[in-house]
Design a protein around this ligand. Structure first.
Ligand code: PEP
Ligand code: MN
Length: 347
């Protein structure tokens, strides 16, 4: 739309798009409003749209992902996690964010203990799995909804929004009242029904990249969420399968500038799952930030030897704190900043 087009003209264009059977998605930038028209190809009359009041131009988006593309939304998107009883944490643009906590919630006590450690270290969002996607059906599968309630209470007490993995469409409605951010695991990146289901909620969605997914596949998965009207998608590179077997997965550093060029969505890295071993976690986290990521998600445990899941990659609390200091320094170099815990709590 032309800069400073009145709302009435914008509403009219939205109505016309919907009359043609497409869905209108508004993107209000600093200077202009872009109206995305998403629907089946061939049903939109471009000439008619171009003739409407306030329309500057009608541009077909060639990329298969539309709402996720920079063509639709030129500026970096800023996504908020939290609100209500907990502060809102921003990620995207200049805002860097650290999500941390245990891989899985093992009991109430360990959760509170680790949550205090990671908050003290500088994390502003708490993670903890309650439904675990394990390679073997005989491994610990998570403690389910009871553990989710502990997560909620713990997040509320410490002033941290919570990020929890959802594995199945049937869990979405049960989890929605408790979570601030749904995590979609790497193995579920192309579970399209699940993507649509979390897309219908208005919770943030942390979308891990699949183990064998291209950046394009990944952005198309983000598109499933966005197409349902949920604009709060955060991408997460967590390592992919390559021929290299010296490390658990290969963190694809190149995907960070590529995704940033193609998409406006914020992106963080998960060095824990990529590395699989704690000794390598710090280097990968720093590399991810240096390449332009908007933050990290890191697993921490005070007693990794007894962890029921992913112990070998869990950082000790003190190591995590040191790493946060280094990440803050790298963020400054790339023009980003991690919010301070105290500063958020007072908002
Ligand atoms: C996790 O975050 O604990 C997890 C299982 O991650 P991923 O889906 O990336 O393997
Ligand atoms: Mn894990």
């Amino acid at each position: 739309m032309n800069p400073s087009t009145p709302d009435a003209s914008i509403d009219r264009v939205v109505a016309e798009i919907e009359k043609m059977g497409s869905k209108a998605h508004l993107s209000r930038g600093q200077f202009r409003t872009v109206i995305g028209a998403v629907g089946e190809e061939g049903t939109l009359d471009q000439n008619h749209l171009a003739s409407l009041d306030g329309v500057e131009k009608v541009v077909p988006i060639m990329k298969p992902y539309k709402l996720a593309s920079r063509e639709f939304h030129e500026d970096d998107s800023i996504v908020e996690i939290g609100g209500g009883n907990v502060p809102k944490v921003k990620v995207g643009g200049k805002h860097a964010m650290c999500i941390s906590g245990p891989c899985a919630v093992e009991n109430e006590q360990m959760l509170y203990k680790i949550a205090r450690h990671v908050r003290d270290g500088g994390a502003t969002v708490l993670r903890g799995g309650v439904f675990k996607p394990r390679t073997s059906p005989y491994s610990f599968q998570g403690l389910g909804l009871e553990a989710l309630k502990w997560m909620r209470a713990c997040g509320d007490e410490l002033g941290m929004p919570i990020c929890v993995e959802v594995m199945d469409t049937r869990q979405v409605a049960d989890m929605e009242p408790y979570v601030d951010c749904f995590q979609i695991g790497a193995r579920n990146m192309q579970n399209f029904d699940l993507l649509r289901e979390v897309g219908k909620t208005r919770r943030a969605v942390l979308l891990k990249r699949g183990l064998a997914a291209t950046v394009k596949d990944w952005l198309l998965s983000a598109e499933y969420v966005l197409s349902q009207g949920n604009r709060s998608v955060i991408l997460c590179e967590r390592g992919i399968k390559t021929f290299e077997d010296s490390i658990r997965y290969t963190m694809d550093i190149s995907s960070i500038p590529v995704a940033a060029a193609w998409s406006h969505l914020p992106m963080i890295v998960d060095p824990s799952h990529a590395a699989g071993k704690r000794d390598f976690v710090g280097a990968l986290a720093l590399a991810g930030m240096a390449a332009g990521a908007h933050g990290v998600i890191v697993e921490v445990h005070y007693n990794p030897a007894e962890a029921q899941c992913d112990g070998p990659q869990a950082l000790l609390p003190a190591t995590f704190k040191t790493l946060m200091g280094q990440l803050k320094a790298i963020a400054a170099v790339t023009g980003k900043q991690f919010a301070e815990v105290g500063e958020l709590a007072s908002v």
